[in-house]
Design a protein around this ligand. Structure first.
Ligand code: XMP
Length: 515
């Protein structure tokens, strides 16, 4: 393992992902982790992340100075490097010229950390402070036009520092540098692979669960599906999957999901038809937040009733992923060990939020994984591409894509329009290219003419989005002909719709969903 001491950089998580891409396991832990605790973890290497502070700020976060004497290789990145230099007796000052963005790296020592990094490589810089005087024993490995100490090393002690961010995609030789650190300096072996993860998880699940029963709320998304596969492999029939059909899924999806699991994967799924109950909860409700809350509460009610009926269960399986663990680490961490002490039941978006006072013990086999690693694991244990590459779908489903009151009638209209969208997006090979492509129904009506008849019906909004992570998004520039085809089909085939419009708002300022 290589640990990353997190000083609050937006890139800490990215460093962990980069290390894992070299097939070495890596975790982000608190910068407060002491040298004693690190000894117990016994990592092959330590990386100090960047951070927003200046090392000479009064409240600047510091690490345990004993870390420098552990004999474990350390790589400081940006703030991490400045901290290393300052704590070991060097000088860090506000730079005359702050450096943000790309800079060319000129190499003074092409061996060691910078092996295979080309002279003049572009590196990503983001700093206002610079090291002006290095502690004894340190040498300069590379510089840029504005930064004399862009990469430094104390060879004897295996301490390294870089002022730039090798982890970001704009840093051209960054991966080579990380590989040098991981393989040559820390002497790690590439053992973090999907196969070993699956093998170890299965062993751990068996150990933890013993002969007890586990309940899993299946949503059909990649996380809960992968979880179902993994648990089924480990404990077979001790697992019960429960799928609650709220009535807000896309056309044919509930049936398809249950069939896939039962017939193809031979995993039994308890199908709970709760359509009427959910619809009744939304009668007369137009406020988006109230809608979401009511759906959430009803989910909990159904979940509790059904788990009593099917139970008793000892464990509840959750698809918590590593980013959730990091994000909640600060609030849940033991200040001494930096470890998560109480696992907060996160409001599980995909299944609508589970009750906080459940009497189950939790089992979270995916808690070490990033989303792309979940996909790899899913694929490796036989999950079909249609689930592995499924576009994100909100827990409250179509209910938040009908603006205003949700009625059975409107659900049918939206489901049919949405189905046409999906068909055509698939046919045109765009499914994988788009982050999401879906339809929204507006509760207003407008005038149209069909044949010789005047119509007065709902509009459908098409929302096609490109995005990397859902945090920001751009509307997709799809061909006009495709838009025309979809528009024609919806107006002709879906009764109750006489107009189709295309949403050309990016996020921000718009959100992806309309509610
Ligand atoms: P917004 O609309 O906030 O959506 O731009 C960002 C991403 O999150 C999805 N989304 C949800 N996912 N439960 C979910 O599981 C929800 O309640 C929910 N609301 C939005 C949305 O589809 C998009 O991918």
């Amino acid at each position: 393992i290589i640990v990353i001491l997190d000083f609050g950089s937006q890139y800490s998580e990215l460093i962990a992902r980069r290390i894992r891409e070299t097939q070495v396991y890596s975790e982000v832990i608190s910068y407060r982790t002491t040298a004693e605790q690190l000894k117990a973890i016994n990592p092959k290497g330590i990386i100090l992340s960047g951070g927003p502070s200046s090392v000479y700020d009064e409240k600047a976060p510091h690490c345990d100075p004993e870390i420098w004497n552990l004999g474990i290789p350390v790589l400081g990145v940006c703030y991490g490097m400045q901290l290393m230099v300052k704590q070991l007796g060097g000088t860090v000052e506000r730079a005359k010229l702050a450096e943000y963005g790309k800079a060319s790296l000129f190499i003074d020592d092409p061996t060691d950390l910078l092996t295979n990094v080309e002279e003049g490589s572009t590196m990503w810089m983001s700093h206002g402070d610079s090291c002006t005087d290095l502690p004894t024993g340190f040498e300069i490995l590379a510089h840029t036009d504005n930064t004399p100490c862009a990469a430094v090393a104390h060879h004897e002690k295996n301490l390294y520092g870089v002022q730039f961010h090798p982890e970001v995609v704009h840093s051209i030789g960054g991966i080579a540098l990380i590989r040098n650190f991981v393989y040559h300096i820390c002497e790690c072996e590439p053992t973090w692979t999907t196969a070993t993860f699956v093998e170890e998880s299965i062993r751990e699940i068996r150990e933890q669960v013993g002969d007890k029963r586990v309940l899993l709320a299946l949503s059909g998304g990649v996380d809960s599906s992968t979880l179902a596969f993994l648990l089924h492999k480990a404990i077979g029939d001790q697992l019960t999957c429960m799928f609650i059909d709220q009535g807000f899924m896309r056309k044919y999806e509930p049936e398809r999901l249950v069939k896939l699991f039962k017939e193809q994967f031979h995993i039994d799924v308890e199908y709970v038809n709760a359509r009427e109950r959910f619809l009744a909860q939304l009668e007369g409700i137009t406020d988006p937040e109230v809608k979401r809350k009511r759906i959430g509460h009803e989910f909990i009610n159904v979940f509790e009733e059904e788990s009593k009926r099917l139970g008793p269960f000892d464990y509840l399986a959750q698809g918590t992923l590593y980013p959730d663990v990091i994000e909640s680490a600060d609030t849940n961490a033991d200040p001494k060990s930096g470890e998560r002490v109480a696992v907060k039941i996160k409001s599980h978006h995909n299944v609508g939020g589970l009750p906080k006072d459940l009497r189950f013990k939790l089992i979270e086999p995916l808690r070490k994984l990033f989303k792309d690693e979940v996909r790899k694991v899913g694929r490796s244990i036989g999950l079909p591409e249609e689930i592995v590459n499924r576009q994100p779908f909100p827990g409250p489903g179509l209910a938040i894509r009908i603006i205003g009151e949700v009625t059975a009638d409107r659900l049918n209209i939206l489901r049919d329009a949405d189905f046409i969208v999906r068909q055509e997006i698939n046919r045109h090979g765009l499914y994988g290219e788009l982050w999401q492509a879906f339809a929204v129904l507006l509760p207003i009506r407008s005038v149209g003419v069909m044949g010789d008849q005047r119509t007065y019906a709902y509009p459908i909004v098409l929302r096609f989005i490109k995005s990397e992570d859902g945090m920001t998004a751009d509307w997709a520039r799809v061909p006009y002909d495709l838009l025309e085809l979809i528009s024609n089909r919806i107006v002709n085939e879906v009764k109750g719709v006489n107009r189709v419009v295309y949403d050309i708002t990016s996020k921000p300022p718009g959100t992806i969903e309309w509610e």
